[in-house]
Design a binder for this molecule. Structure first.
Ligand code: COA
Length: 253
């Protein structure tokens, strides 16, 4: 188990806390691996009934670790841990909740599109800076975000880099409810307990009916992944990251 991923279970509710606060909960390949394992375990554990993803401190996650992006994360696995995690959330047969306790950046936003119940604290924000980094959307967000919030707002987020606050995210349908920051975790735990006490097969079958675009989503993720890897090796990405590190405006060829 990775020390930056905390898994706790109480009353059949499993909570996964992304806990790397000194790096704004940015997610490394080894953290993705632990997150994938936890979700897969949850999906196959008869006793586990609800799964909550949240962040430690005042941040949900700053997204993929930028260092890992640049170095490839050191993973020699055939399927990189980030993909294994995204497939695991996408394919989880049981209810997954998210308690967004602060900024959700990059994969912090895109993973939410695969969660079934998404709640946020008042100070949560939502941003997908893929183009800013010289990259393209991932996790089928190029399909699921327009479906969730409409094409105009999705383009504002994915192409123009707009950051939504919690009120906007609620209004656009990205999240279901907002709670005061101090009440978020307890409120989501209560909802998770309610899910844990609901008929398990009815929940599973309902989820299958709601998430009925599985093939289309898988195809979109595949298409995105090919372009994402190509962009990671592009001058646009190198310049974007260099400019971010040097706190200057990027200059593209
Ligand atoms: N990957 C790796 N490290 C990250 C990180 C990331 N995605 N986001 C933040 N960090 C690190 C910073 O490098 C810094 O480390 P240091 O203290 O060793 O220098 C630490 O977390 C604190 O970040 P800092 O930028 O000083 O905090 P802030 O409050 O001013 O800003 C953010 C917070 C999240 C807005 C800002 O860090 C940011 O924009 N991060 C990049 C987000 C991103 O582009 N993610 C990729 C999405 S695809």
């Amino acid at each position: 188990m990775n020390q930056d991923i905390i898994i706790s279970t109480e009353d059949r509710v499993t909570t996964l806390t992304i806990s790397r606060t000194d790096k704004k909960n940015a997610i490394t390949q080894s953290m993705y691996a632990a997150m994938a394992d936890a979700i897969i375990d949850y999906g196959s554990d008869e006793n586990a009934r609800a799964f909550v993803i949240t962040g430690d401190g005042d941040m949900f996650t700053a997204g993929n670790d930028l260092q890992d992006f640049s170095t490839g994360g050191g993973s020699k696995d055939e399927i990189p841990p980030v993909s294994r995690f995204l497939y695991a959330v996408r394919d989880c047969p049981k209810t997954v909740l998210a308690a967004v306790n602060g900024p959700a950046i990059g994969v912090g936003l895109t993973m939410l599109l695969h969660c079934d119940l998404v709640y946020a604290g008042r100070s949560a924000t939502f941003n997908a800076p893929f183009v800013k980094l010289g990259l393209v959307p991932e996790a089928a967000s190029s399909l699921l975000l327009p479906a969730a919030v409409g094409m105009a707002v999705a383009n504002d987020i994915l192409l123009a880099g707009r950051t939504l606050d919690a009120e906007e995210a609620l209004r656009f349908g990205l999240i279901a409810r907002i709670y005061p920051d101090a009440e978020l975790q307890q409120a989501v735990h209560q909802i998770a307990l309610h899910i844990a006490g609901s008929a398990p097969n009815a929940l599973k079958q309902s989820k299958l009916l709601i998430r009925n675009q599985r093939e289309k989503i898988a195809d979109q993720m595949h298409a995105e992944a090919k372009l994402f890897v190509a962009q990671l090796n592009s001058p646009d990405f190198a310049e974007s990251v260099a400019a971010m590190m040097e706190k200057r405006t990027p200059v593209y060829g």
